[in-house]
Design a binder for this molecule. Structure first.
Ligand code: ADP
Length: 228
């Protein structure tokens, strides 16, 4: 099977004044369609940087990123943005919902931005799956943290992205809501075949996936199967 995402000797160096900070120092990973992969490692080891570069939010310094066969590293910003919008769904620790919009509009806005038109069947299926059908007219401030993250999940998957990239999706949630969100991620993966890459520093959260990549000092040092 062809990987949906592949990196080859990926480097990202932040240039901050006099200092160069090498956040990624030659990362080569391969993610197959339908995999749920967790990325673990100490703070500052490059997890978020890796997620941003593979998702097209940031440009690599050198190396290659192949997303669904497209090389992100040879694209200009506009082409990379377009590809990202069509192929990647993001979930962030702080939910990043628009505060003035209700659940319904936070989710469908993603579709409108992408110019895919609106598919009411897909919307209904996603809202049901994520238990949001009774919360469609609530604004983020009227929702619990767990509910807000479920809205963010719905927004991420509504356009059927090739890959979902989640950066500490349970980092702002209590234990119960975390378990719900992780179980939903696993369900999206198992039932819909959604490919997911998730950063976490919680070993329990990492067991929800099939495989864990361990990072240290800008490198992937181990890519064993998850223990569950
Ligand atoms: P993690 O997600 O594992 O905590 P990051 O990818 O956020 O790690 O950071 C990796 C390294 O890159 C750290 O040393 C961090 O300080 C540095 N870094 C991250 N973002 C920037 C930035 N925008 N400018 C300069 N240095 C950065």
């Amino acid at each position: 099977m062809e990987p949906i995402l592949k990196t080859e000797n990926l480097w990202k160096v932040y240039r901050t004044g006099k200092m160069d900070v090498p956040a990624l120092r030659g990362v080569s990973i391969s993610i197959l369609p339908g995999e749920f992969v967790s990325i673990m490692g100490p703070s500052g080891c490059g997890k978020s940087t890796l997620l941003h570069v593979i998702g097209g939010l940031a440009q690599a310094t050198s190396g290659r990123v192949l997303l669904d066969g497209n090389d992100l590293t040879t694209m200009n910003d506009a082409a990379r943005t377009l590809l990202r919008r069509h192929k990647v769904g993001f979930v962030f620790q702080r939910f990043n919902l628009l505060p003035t919009l209700d659940t319904y509009h936070n989710i469908v806005l993603a579709q409108h931005i992408h110019g895919n038109g609106f598919d009411p069947h897909r919307f209904e299926a996603v809202a049901n799956l994520l238990g949001l059908s009774e919360r469609l007219h609530h604004k983020p401030s009227e929702l619990s943290g767990g509910e807000q993250q479920r809205v963010a999940l719905a927004r991420a998957i509504i356009s059927e992205p090739k890959i979902v990239l989640a950066d500490e999706p349970t980092g702002n949630l209590d234990t119960k809501s975390s378990a719900t969100v992780l179980a939903l991620l696993r369900q999206l993966n198992k039932d819909l075949g959604q490919t997911i890459v998730m950063i976490t520093h919680n070993p329990d959260a990492a067991t929800y996936g099939d495989r864990v990549l361990h990072m240290r000092d800008g490198l992937v040092v181990d890519g064993s199967a998850a223990q569950s």
